[in-house]
Design a protein around this ligand. Structure first.
Ligand SMILES: [Mg+2]
Length: 324
């Protein structure tokens, strides 16, 4: 089949908008990109698809959508400690909307430049709005950060704040009681939902200091559970240590806790590391790292309740299920 006339769209809207890296030998415009892999580095690759109506609302701001489409991929590189390098873009569009494309590409360009990642290829097709991005990152060969190496007595940490994006989603769905919130608060929650901030800088530092890491895309409990399962360990979590933003603190504590544990879309990092390394990371990234628990040999997941007693996850899980 012949290529549609939209074939040149990628070149037209995205060509000049990304970082200009020296390791791109041939970029957009030929049949393939040609890339120079640095010596002593592996290539880390990840791909994510966002579909309208499933991963984002039809009315979302296209500039923000451009940011999110790359941010969720950058977050996967962050979780592996890889340095962002290149990405490709496959765009399925219902129509050629010049204004939409300009704004979407502007968002994409802004976050790409911020992370020094260059668009090296792409394709467009006609159909329901769908955005697929594949990212490539450099990973030093001597130290690969995975999910499967958490050690007993490691501290469990998270970056940033949890639950904001989920609160933003509840707002969009008309399910959030906004009485305690100002318009500025709501805009903050929506920004956290629509423009997540991948933690690549921290991720790259984790390579030498953490044992295991993952990015929080599906909710802290689900994602931490991936680490525990892969590492064959358990965890004790201190719920009173969960990092809440000032806005989330205005919501009822129980709701904030539910959102933080099961909400998802945070794109923060959850990692496990020895206490002395956590202390170093806290110095390097002030106020960005919060210890929320400890890795245990016993494979269960336990929470400390308000009375200081340890409860098995399964016993209180029912209370959180409707958010999963
Ligand atoms: Mg991930």
């Amino acid at each position: 089949m012949k290529k549609s006339p939209e074939f040149s769209l990628i070149q037209q809207y995205f060509h000049a908008l990304t970082a200009n890296r020296e390791d791109v030998i041939v970029g957009i415009g030929d049949d393939c990109a040609v890339l120079n892999n640095p010596q002593d580095f592996y290539t880390a690759i990840s791909i994510d698809t966002l579909v309208q109506g499933i991963h984002f609302f039809a009315d979302v701001d296209p500039y923000r959508l451009g940011i999110k489409a790359l941010a969720v991929n950058l977050s996967d590189l962050a979780a592996m400690g890889a340095e962002p390098a290149w990405f490709t873009l496959a765009l399925t569009l219902p129509e050629i909307n010049d204004e939409w494309l300009k704004q979407f590409s502007a968002g994409l360009a802004d976050i790409a430049q911020q992370h020094r990642i260059q668009l090296v290829g792409g394709d467009t097709t006609r159909g329901p709005l769908t955005i697929t991005i594949q990212v490539h990152g450099h990973l030093a060969k001597d130290n690969i950060l995975q999910r499967n190496a958490a050690q007993t007595t490691d501290l469990i940490c998270v970056t940033g704040c949890l639950g904001d994006a989920a609160a933003g989603l509840q707002y969009k769905l008309g399910q959030l009681d906004t009485a305690p919130l100002t318009d500025t608060d709501i805009e903050y929650l929506l920004q956290r939902l629509e423009m997540p901030t991948p933690r690549n800088q921290i991720g790259q530092q984790l390579v030498s200091k953490a044992h295991a890491a993952i990015d929080v895309s599906d909710g802290l409990l689900a994602d931490l559970n991936h680490i525990l399962h892969a590492s064959n360990k358990g965890a004790k979590l201190n719920l009173s240590s969960l990092p809440f933003s000032p806005v989330l603190q205005k919501l009822p504590l129980k709701l904030a806790t539910q959102l933080a544990l099961t909400g998802g879309d945070d794109y923060e990092l959850c990692f496990t590391a020895p206490a002395e390394n956590v202390a170093k990371l806290k110095q390097q990234f002030p106020k960005m790292i919060r210890v929320i628990g400890e890795i245990t040999q016993d494979k269960g997941m336990y929470f400390q309740n308000a009375q200081g007693e340890w409860q098995a996850f399964s016993k209180i899980k029912a209370g959180y299920d409707h958010f999963a």
